[in-house]
Design a protein. Structure first.
Length: 140
């Protein structure tokens, strides 16, 4: 399941506060921030069978390709790939439940994305499925 959790922004003379009050973080065990080296780099494909993740763009924007894995021993190469664009100005958290793979690319210089996970780092090696960038052929 893929869903967006909408946030907002409050502004006054002191500045602004961005928020996503409806994001229930009770399942989150860790987070990390990714900043790609340049705009040409595509980071992925990485999939997780048991881990769910939430993505929030801190600055700039990212294109994220998303695929629902059908077979963990031999994923079909012709699975539908959905492309979404996340912008920091949208104040949204993108939630991906278990079973998805992602590849993402920064669309603006100095873009940063915050990724939340519901499993600790000690489980990472047990739930890390990687594919070559050209593995899935139905990119939109």
């Amino acid at each position: 399941m893929m869903e967006y959790i909408q946030g907002g922004i409050a502004k006054d003379q002191r500045g602004q506060i961005r928020f996503v009050n409806d994001f229930d973080m009770s399942l989150v065990k860790r987070f990390y921030i990714i900043k790609n080296a340049d705009l040409d780099l595509v980071r992925g494909w990485r999939a997780h069978r048991i881990e769910q993740r939430w993505f929030y763009v801190l600055s700039g924007s990212f294109a994220i390709d998303i695929v629902k894995i059908d077979n963990w021993d031999n994923a079909s190469q012709d699975l539908e790939v959905k492309k979404v664009i996340l912008n920091s100005s949208d104040n949204q958290v993108l939630h991906l439940s278990t079973g998805y793979g992602t590849a993402f690319q920064a669309l603006e210089t100095n873009s940063e994305i915050l990724v939340f996970s519901d499993y600790g780092i000690e489980n990472a090696t047990n739930d890390d499925y990687t594919y070559p960038l050209d593995y899935f052929i139905n990119k939109n």
